[in-house]
Write a protein that binds this ligand. Structure first.
Ligand code: PMP
Length: 404
């Protein structure tokens, strides 16, 4: 890709300098993205001059905050092609998957039913299903990966039976960057009457997403990976599915009428939002979506693809480095260096102001599949640039010299 495809938004992000004012080569965006000034300012306003609770106040500021909170919901819905009544605010993708596993799962799974996951899932798309499987008697199957680290949809299709009620897959792998053919996964799941849940944590910041076109049934994402705040995320679900799902947490704001004899519940999405919500989080997420949409997700995708290509080429030139995952990985690059533990790579890179992730990335079954305890992972964002790639490569050269 021509350098012209690279974006230059670094100046929007106050977090990208060290305490001494040197450039910080932040290559851990897949863990959490740095925040643009626009998001930080929106959160400060929400906690400052605009602050009030939502949905209950009779005074003007609370009414204004309610409008801002519900506008954030519309924005978060529209961003992935959904509608607000299908869009539940949750703490993050983890809570979104737990909500579906517990509310939908406890109501719909029985002994003998099966849940299909894949070998590359994040623990947050494994453990909630294990918990609900234990409680319902359902069982879990694991779709294998192709040689280059994608979910093998041919194999998945051949394993799928009428007993499968749920297929839950990562839209983009947080370790390998591999992109799922989500529309095909939906067709395969629906061919046996199963639902498809997509974990969109790593997809939403780097690919245009349209739940209607993908034809999935549930979609989850976290704001903090999309340049927004921590503590808030989105569960999108088909209206009819959410409508039929029982509450999973009880409290204020999720009810219709409470008596000691009987309580009735609000319709979705309120049914699933017990308690005072993360008001400033929703406002911050809306600002993050505005920020991303002003640049364009397609432009961010092209930018990250260009940087991944640069990094892949440079790493291929370093002896003893093995890169995992497909050539066309989306913004995320995992690798190992022969004879060096990824934690040592991370520590030495940190001395050169290069921040990568080293570990199992909450994907231990994938590490087992790759035959390594951990990998080093560099991941890119809208603010990343060729200097970051150069700093990474220089740092890796130093690692190689230190370890001989
Ligand atoms: N799924 C994937 C693919 C992820 O990358 C992550 C975050 N690393 C999660 C789920 C969990 O997201 P959160 O911690 O924001 O709930």
């Amino acid at each position: 890709l021509a350098p012209a495809r690279l974006l230059d938004h670094r100046a929007d992000f106050p977090g990208l300098v060290t305490a001494d004012g040197a450039p910080w080569h932040y290559l851990d965006t897949a863990a959490t993205a740095q925040k643009p000034r626009a998001v930080i300012d929106a959160i400060a306003r929400a906690y400052g001059p605009d602050y009030a609770t939502v949905h209950r106040g009779v005074y003007a500021r609370s009414a204004d905050m309610t409008i801002a909170y519900e506008n954030a919901r519309s924005k978060a819905a529209r961003f992935i092609g959904g509608r607000e009544e299908e869009t539940v605010f949750v703490r993050g993708a983890t809570e979104g998957i737990n909500l579906v596993a517990h509310s939908w799962g406890m109501a719909n799974l029985k002994p003998g039913d099966r849940i299909m996951l894949s070998q590359l899932e994040h623990h947050s798309n494994i453990v909630p299903w294990q918990l609900v499987a234990e409680r319902t008697g359902a069982e879990i199957d694991v779709a294998p990966l192709t040689e280059d680290g994608r979910i093998d949809l041919d194999a998945l299709a051949s394993m799928l039976t009428e007993r499968h009620k749920m297929v839950a897959l990562a839209h983009v792998s947080n370790v390998l960057g591999s992109v799922l053919d989500a529309r095909r996964a939906a067709d395969i799941a629906h061919s046996v009457g199963a639902l498809l849940l997509l974990d969109g944590c790593q997809a939403v910041p780097r690919l245009p997403v349209d739940v209607a076109a993908l034809d999935c049934d549930f979609y989850v994402y976290s704001a903090h990976k999309l340049y927004g705040p921590t503590g808030i995320g989105v569960l999108w679900g088909r209206a009819a599915l959410l409508e039929a799902m029982p509450p999973w947490q009880g409290g204020g704001a999720m009810i219709d009428r409470v008596t000691f004899a009987r309580t009735t519940f609000a319709p979705p999405p309120q049914r699933f939002e017990a308690g005072t919500p993360h008001i400033a989080g929703a406002v911050g997420l809306a600002a993050a979506i505005d920020y991303v949409e002003a640049i364009g997700v397609e432009a961010i995708h092209a930018h990250e693809c260009a940087l991944v290509a640069e990094a892949q080429e440079a790493l291929a030139g370093i002896n003893a480095i093995q890169v995992f995952g497909p050539k066309d990985s989306a913004g995320i690059l995992s690798f190992a260096m022969q004879g060096v533990h990824p934690h040592d790579i991370g520590t030495i890179l940190d001395e050169a102001n290069v921040a990568i992730r080293a570990g199992h990335h909450c994907a231990q079954p994938l590490m087992d599949h790759l035959g390594v305890p951990a990998t080093a992972r560099a991941s890119f964002g809208v603010y990343s640039n060729s200097d970051d790639v150069e700093a990474l490569v220089r740092g890796l050269d130093r690692v190689r010299r230190i370890f001989g």
